[in-house]
Design a protein around this ligand. Structure first.
Ligand SMILES: C[S@@+](CC[C@H](N)C(=O)[O-])C[C@H]1O[C@@H](n2cnc3c(N)ncnc32)[C@H](O)[C@@H]1O
Length: 355
């Protein structure tokens, strides 16, 4: 297990340009915060009540969670669960994204209904469905490794199951908007991924990547100590993913910007947001975000970390679970004022691009 002390305590990373005004300033703590501000009755603890289906053979249980063989056993492509708890968590992260962007579905300056839209790693398909409902003139494809999308869908939204790390079979110069949100724990080769986005984007099309920091927790007031369980968790998660060739340690706004630029996109912009872990901030908006984030992380620490730590680092389940639970307890205690960064990176394919 990685030594949490090898991390410098509580890094306050420089916020990259251009910066939303809300994210540049330190987040001020509410010393009187108590979790009852957004109380929690424990009703959403991890559990699955999904009934048996014909696809049961494609699924298996480990550490009390249900996973898809396709994503885990076939090459450890994606180590998060596929049960109702996780699908609910994904829908909650969609809500968080809406809160971050003040109700908008994207940062790219989309005008009208872009004709062909691709949502990469669509998850439950919630973004694709929302986009399709607001843009009835768009044809939206949501693609994902795992078949976790609803079978009912809007007439202009379709779901496909495929591996985005393989060669894309879509037409070149085709998509008028490509959206990719939170697939960072699974993408090994960002150069190839962004190059495929470029090749399959239509001239003039926008691309948008939204990812969050995973190894580091940040804070502005030194309240996250060097021996915080948050560091043990972040180090273990990033070490585990590294064994698969997924390097989340390098994630930053400029990392994604560089990849989009190297792929050929122009006018690349980075928008950076702080997302507090818990209700400790003073401001109403940050406090609300922190409460939503705590709800997401209640099962999110396990979702990201449990399979990664047990299968890839051979950490005993009890120990791995102890780290995940320790992180959540720390959030509920509200003394450590941590946050993560959420980056939105947009770019445009030049009109005159030949590919
Ligand atoms: C954290 S979820 C995010 C879901 C959705 N983008 C959202 O923001 O609500 C990541 C999704 O990426 C999918 N995924 C991971 N690796 C993939 C790959 N190589 N090809 C296609 N989908 C992949 C997973 O199955 C999962 O549904």
């Amino acid at each position: 297990m990685a030594d949490p002390k090898s991390q410098s305590a509580c890094p306050t990373a420089p916020v990259e340009n251009p910066v939303e005004s809300s994210s540049a300033a330190p987040i001020e703590a509410d010393d009187t915060a108590h979790f009852s501000d957004y109380d929690d009755d424990g009703s959403s603890q991890a559990s699955s009540t999904q009934s048996l289906s014909s696809s049961i053979k494609e699924q298996f249980y480990e550490n009390g969670r249900k996973y898809h063989r396709k994503t885990v056993d076939e090459g450890h492509k994606y180590l998060l669960p596929s049960d109702e708890t996780e699908l609910d968590r994904l829908d909650m992260t969609h809500h968080m994204a809406l809160v971050i962007l003040d109700g908008e579905l994207h940062k790219a300056p989309i005008k009208g209904d872009p004709h062909n839209v691709l949502d990469c790693g669509t998850g439950t398909g919630i973004w694709a469905l929302d986009f399709g409902s607001i843009h009835p003139g768009s044809h939206v494809i949501g693609v994902d490794l795992a078949p976790n999308q609803p079978s009912w869908t809007y007439p202009n939204v379709v779901f496909e199951n495929d591996d985005l790390e393989k060669e894309w079979t879509y037409k070149k110069n085709h998509f008028d908007f490509i959206h990719s949100r939170m697939v960072g724990s699974a993408i090994k080769d960002w150069s190839k991924y962004t190059k495929q986005m470029f090749d399959h984007a239509a001239p003039g099309a926008y691309v948008e990547i939204s990812e969050h920091s995973m190894k580091h927790i940040y804070c502005d007031d030194g309240s996250v100590p060097e021996d915080s369980v948050f560091y043990a968790y972040g180090n273990n998660l990033s070490d585990a993913l590294l064994t698969l060739g997924v390097d989340v340690r390098q994630f930053s706004g400029s990392f994604f910007k560089r990849h989009l630029e190297e792929a050929g996109f122009v006018d690349v912009q980075v928008f950076t947001y702080k997302v507090p872990w818990g209700t400790w901030p003073k401001s109403k908006k940050f406090k609300y975000m922190g409460a939503v984030c705590a709800e997401i992380l209640k099962t999110g620490f396990e979702a990201y970390g449990l399979m990664a730590m047990t299968r890839l680092l051979n950490i005993p389940e009890d120990e791995a679970r102890g780290i995940c639970n320790g992180c959540y307890k720390e959030i509920m205690a509200g003394k450590q004022h941590g946050y993560h960064y959420q980056w939105y990176v947009i770019g445009r394919k030049p009109e005159l691009a030949t590919k």
